[in-house]
Design a protein around this ligand. Structure first.
Ligand SMILES: [Zn+2]
Length: 395
């Protein structure tokens, strides 16, 4: 009995320590509080510099890391309705700022905040604020994906599927269009890197276009099956990670190795789908970086058809607004665990890392995403099945 009580007490203590760890990032000051007790939040420490100036810090989940200092927190004045005005400086541990501050009351509509950068610190003023969210980019959390997937599944011919669970037990959900007579597959994945929200926005628009019951879509789904996994790193998203999953691993360096649950789930799903005459013909992986870039496989790599991606990008170029610059960057990186490289090596077909600029205008992202979806369907339909089969004799 005694030892059982001790055990329970120990469990309660462990729970308290864990909860504290989880919500330790809430800071209370006389005039204002900063809280980080919601999914995607990241705030590691706070310091009052003067009466109305606060220094907030964001730290990476672990190192080494390719730094993309994410931050997201709630700021609340102590007296509701008061029109406090404060200055916030954000400092990232051993990293330059990457994301420009945005503010929202409802997490739906976001406004850019004017800022200055000095000594790698980002400083901005929040005036006349009520309870508000401040974040590095728009907040797209795990629930957003779950309800979006549900909505698409309800309103289109795509069905919802569950691939399994992440390291911390979060569902990894997807959408699928599967017709028994189809042999060719398109794979779309996203959010390997949690802060890359512009890539996430592009994936949403792209998939919404694939789900639209247009004439071209109907022809497309008559021939091609589609698997979409929009949110591959739900633990990283929930924790407000800079880049990694809960185990501190960069998922886009794990393809082919499959040491992580999340990447291994996708491989297992592909293995179960791509049996007998079934084969993958193309794959797209959505990310964000400084500018809009398409990382492609070189045309002389062992993939078929050799010009497939170039021809698709030419279509995008001809159908997007004139101001959009298509920047293809062909390259290969064998053995590094990158998704597009794995697809090329394993299935001998093209794959693209579709990178959206961090600050690309949101209307342009949507337009680009929809144009990309539409032109990809056209282009895949125009490509004969045989052309997707690599043969060593190909040029
Ligand atoms: Zn990325």
């Amino acid at each position: 009995m005694q030892s059982k009580n001790h055990k329970s007490l120990l469990l309660v203590l462990i729970f308290c320590v864990l909860s504290f760890e989880l919500y330790a990032q809430s800071c209370e000051f006389e005039r204002v509080s900063f809280t980080a007790n919601f999914e995607t939040a990241r705030l590691n420490s706070c310091k009052k510099l003067s009466e109305d100036h606060y220094l907030l810090t964001t730290n990476p989940e672990n190192r080494p890391i390719n730094p993309s200092p994410w931050y997201a927190f709630k700021v609340e004045p102590k007296e509701q309705g008061s029109s406090n005005s404060i200055k916030i400086t954000i400092q990232a541990e051993r990293a330059k700022p990457r994301y420009l501050p945005k503010i929202s009351k409802d997490r739906q509509t976001w406004k850019n905040l004017p800022f200055v950068v000095k000594n790698n610190q980002l400083t901005f003023k929040v005036t006349a604020f009520q309870d508000s969210y401040i974040a590095a980019q728009e907040i797209i959390d795990n629930n957003h994906y779950l309800s979006w997937i549900n909505e698409i599944a309800q309103s289109s011919s795509f069905s919802q599927i569950n691939l399994g669970h992440s390291t911390l037990g979060r569902p990894i959900e997807g959408l699928i269009s599967l017709r028994d007579n189809n042999n060719e597959w398109l794979l779309v994945i996203g959010r390997q890197h949690p802060p890359e929200v512009t890539g996430a926005l592009a994936l949403l628009g792209f998939v919404e276009q694939l789900a639209q019951p247009t004439q071209i879509q109907q022809a497309f789904l008559q021939r091609f099956n589609v698997l979409i996994i929009p949110n591959l790193n739900p633990d990283g998203v929930a924790s407000g990670n800079w880049r990694h999953n809960n185990k501190g691993i960069d998922l886009n360096r794990d393809w082919g190795k499959f040491t992580q649950l999340e990447t291994a789930l996708v491989k297992a799903k592909l293995d179960s789908l791509l049996k007998a005459s079934q084969h993958l013909v193309f794959a797209v992986d959505f990310h964000s970086t400084q500018q809009d870039i398409f990382y492609t496989m070189p045309t002389d790599y062992n993939v078929a058809p050799s010009q497939f991606t170039n021809d698709w990008l030419a279509k995008i170029k001809s159908q997007t607004v004139a101001s959009f610059v298509v920047r293809p960057k062909p390259g290969s990186s064998p053995g590094r665990g990158v998704f597009k490289q794995f697809i090329a090596d394993e299935y001998k077909v093209h794959a693209v890392t579709f990178e959206i600029g961090d600050n690309t205008q949101r209307e342009l992202i949507d337009h680009l995403a929809k144009t990309s979806g539409l032109t990809l369907m056209e282009h895949m339909l125009e490509t004969p099945s045989q052309a997707f089969i690599f043969s060593a004799a190909d040029p």
